[in-house]
Design a protein around this ligand. Structure first.
Ligand code: FAD
Ligand code: MLT
Ligand code: ZN
Length: 458
């Protein structure tokens, strides 16, 4: 098998040495350690198609991998030694940036930050933004239907994908790299591949929507007593500032403390409850004055207890660094069990209170690192635990409450290999049946990232 792939991709396109393969074998959190038979590094779509034809013929399981920043361990192989990682990293060209049509076309391996910068160079905004944007790739972002900090205004990756090129399990290339805003000619098949975590096809390139680049940006950190106050603040902000709000991030006191402990970075305001980081932007004047007025009202009405507005881009970046470093601070702090959950927005305070009570009573000593995209109803209810904590029991205690509050066990990170059992438990019935039907239709031999999302097909 290795020789066949070397003939196809050349020596540089096939990694087999343990040191070369190691970075591709474990996930960002180092929770899962796989054993790939080799790592393939195609140069173009034709290479990917040829790899898939061989894999299909010989029933070789292919695990697509982008920047390997995923938080569901979806991009790493299992420990069998037979699965092959397909890294898209060499396919990183930006094919086109169009400031009039407001689109960007890029290969799957293009780093998200590189694509953002290319859009900025022509005065446009690629609004998908997340703390891992310096490593995450367009193919990974599309395949996880990534969210991030700007979903409130611009939607998830799905809302920004106009066209896709995909290689199917048998090597067939579907070229749908169209940049059309309106296209009702038949089924919108690309939706199947967005968020399917490499289990239905390999994304090789995408056309994404761009937005006007706002000239005025206001960034503010506020202290609030609790999540209920944060939702009152959200309503006030939306009433007064409307669609100018890009981000509304809720951050617990413990999250801020973790960043201070691990990075020595302090929040520039006092607070003994929760914090909200808000970003608003616009192109027409008056935004800052309007924001200051709303902030004054929030303080007068005791919705917020304190607040600062960044005076410069540097200060804004410092406020964002507090938020964006939470995940790394959590990793440095020791073992954690992540819950990337969403509930209907009005249910957030009750869910957080119930989940905190349940974890505190069931898992003494556990520390709750809760933060996230509250404006979307998405919280990262991550729990710092000791080495002997039963993570399955912890998951159950959180996810049962997610279900009671009408939520989802994965808001944006996906199922990967972390949440396979939980998906089967919480999404039983017809929804799983249709998922299996799609999987069998598009990947009848079960060679695309098998074991992920739906588990091993029987
Ligand atoms: P990978 O990790 O390489 O892969 C992710 C999944 O997609 C795997 O199942 C893989 O098999 C599949 N895949 C990758 N490339 C392809 C392809 N070309 N074709 C088919 N399948 C493919 N996520 C959010 O949604 N919002 C956040 O705010 C956020 N913040 C993060 C912050 C940090 C610090 C970190 C480490 C991660 C964060 N993530 C977040 C998770 C992660 O960055 C995103 O899921 C990102 O989209 C993954 O991109 P990637 O290129 O690293 O994909
Ligand atoms: C984030 O929003 O920073 C990541 O999605 C969250 C995480 O670490 O759980
Ligand atoms: Zn997130």
């Amino acid at each position: 098998m290795i020789d066949t792939f070397k003939t196809l991709l050349g020596d540089a396109g096939v990694l087999t040495e343990p040191d070369d393969v190691a970075p591709y074998a474990t996930d960002w959190k180092h929770t899962v350690r796989g054993a790939p038979a080799c790592v393939l590094r195609p140069r173009n779509t034709a290479d990917v198609a040829a790899v898939m034809r061989i894999a299909h013929e010989r029933r070789i399981v292919i695990v697509p991998q982008g920047g390997n920043t995923g938080l569901a361990a979806g991009a790493v192989p299992d420990a069998s030694g037979s699965q092959v990682v397909l890294s898209l990293s060499r396919m990183k060209a930006i094919q086109n940036v169009d400031p009039v049509g407001m689109t960007i076309e890029a290969e799957a391996g293009c780093i998200l930050k590189t694509a953002q910068d290319a859009a900025a160079d022509v005065g446009r905004l690629l609004p998908i933004s997340l703390a891992a944007e310096g490593s995450a790739q367009i193919g990974g972002v599309v395949s996880t239907n990534a969210g991030g900090i700007n979903v409130l205004r611009y939607g998830m990756a799905r809302q920004l994908v106009l066209g896709l090129e995909v290689v199917q399990a048998d090597g067939t290339v579907i070229n749908g790299l169209r940049s059309l805003r309106k296209d009702n000619a038949g089924y919108d098949w690309k939706q199947l591949f967005i968020g399917s975590e490499g289990t239905l096809g390999i994304v090789t390139a995408a056309v994404l929507r761009l937005m006007p680049r706002p000239k005025l940006v206001v960034t503010s950190l506020l202290a609030v007593a609790d999540p209920a106050a944060a939702l009152r603040l959200l309503k006030l902000m939306q009433d007064e500032l409307g669609e100018t709000i890009n981000a509304f991030e809720l951050i617990s006191g413990l999250s801020v403390k973790l960043v201070e402990e691990q990075f020595g970075q302090r929040a520039p305001l006092a607070g003994n409850g929760w914090f909200v980081l808000i970003e608003a932007s616009a192109n027409l004047g008056g935004l800052r004055e309007a924001f200051e007025n709303v902030l004054s009202r929030a303080l007068e009405q005791a919705i917020a207890t304190d607040g600062v507005i960044a005076e410069s881009q540097t200060q804004a970046a410092q406020l964002w660094a507090i938020r964006e470093r939470i995940t790394e601070a959590e990793l440095k702090a020791g073992r954690s069990v992540k819950h990337d959950v969403s509930v209907p927005i009005p249910a957030l305070p009750a869910f957080l209170a119930d989940a905190e009570a349940s974890v505190s009573s069931g898992f003494p000593g556990a520390r709750i690192n809760a933060f996230g995209h509250a404006g979307d109803g998405n919280m990262h209810f991550n729990v710092l635990v000791s080495v002997d904590t039963d993570s399955a029991a912890l998951n159950r205690s959180v996810y049962d409450l997610v279900a009671i509050h009408g939520g989802s066990i994965s808001a944006e990170h996906g199922i990967g290999s972390y949440r396979v059992a939980e998906l089967a438990h919480y999404r039983a019935g017809a929804e799983l049946s249709i998922a299996r039907l799609l999987k069998r239709s598009l990947d009848p031999k079960g060679i695309l990232n098998s074991g992920k999302i739906l588990g091993m097909e029987k």
